[in-house]
Design a protein around this ligand. Sequence first.
Ligand code: ADP
Ligand code: AMP
Length: 218
Amino acid sequence: MILIFLGPPGAGKGTQAKIIEERFAHRQISTGDLLRAHRANKTALGLEAQSYMDAGKLVPDDLIIRMMEHELANAKDVIVDGFPRTVAQAEAFDALLAAKQLSAKAVVFDVDQNVLMARLTGRWTNPRNGRVYHTIFNPPRVPGIDDEDGGELIQRPDDKAETIEKRLREYEEKTAPLIAYYGRAGNAIHVNALADIAVVTDEVVKALPGLAPTGHAA
Ligand code: ADP
Ligand code: AMP
């Protein structure tokens, strides 16, 4: 089963995707992480995407759809985090899924807009694997250092207040309509993403009885 994690920047999609990935046989595919890797490797896509990302804008649909067609070529049990983000992307994704005879379910992260700024300005990211922390809500044992690989955490350049505001506007205008898109198809479940991280995980896991455990402890 393909899971689509849907919600605004800061809703907790990446946090939950990493937890689910450890406990269940579902692999995370994050378009944001993929694009940042393309930028770091200075690929043609990375060079084209960077001005949009720095401006808090969505990267054009054709670039994203092409990237995801490639990434999803052999995907079966994956969490897609950060895609689709527009109706055009959702339609292209539907066509791809139909061709592969796969089905997808959207997990909608319900959250109040007013918590997002604090979540994003306090976010610290491991640039090597996309794992995230928060100075208050989920602090690493040593400030600025990842608990697991011991390497440095960074603050993403687009996690500054001015760019966050632009990203939230892009979300409302272009991505929020997808909640109704998947709802109409009867393919959306909602979780309360205002709750504590572990509570949100429990809610996601309860809503998705089809997840196959890997045997790793919670
Ligand atoms: P998204 O992937 O949806 O943009 P993240 O998972 O990166 O969101 O979370 C954004 C920030 O909020 C991170 O710093 C993360 O540690 C923190 N966070 C995630 N879930 C919660 C939660 N349920 N309560 C409080 N803070 C959270
Ligand atoms: P994220 O890591 O999900 O917060 O994404 C960071 C940035 O990458 C976004 O602000 C966009 O510029 C770009 N991006 C990620 N996913 C998509 C997508 N599906 N469509 C368009 N742009 C995207």
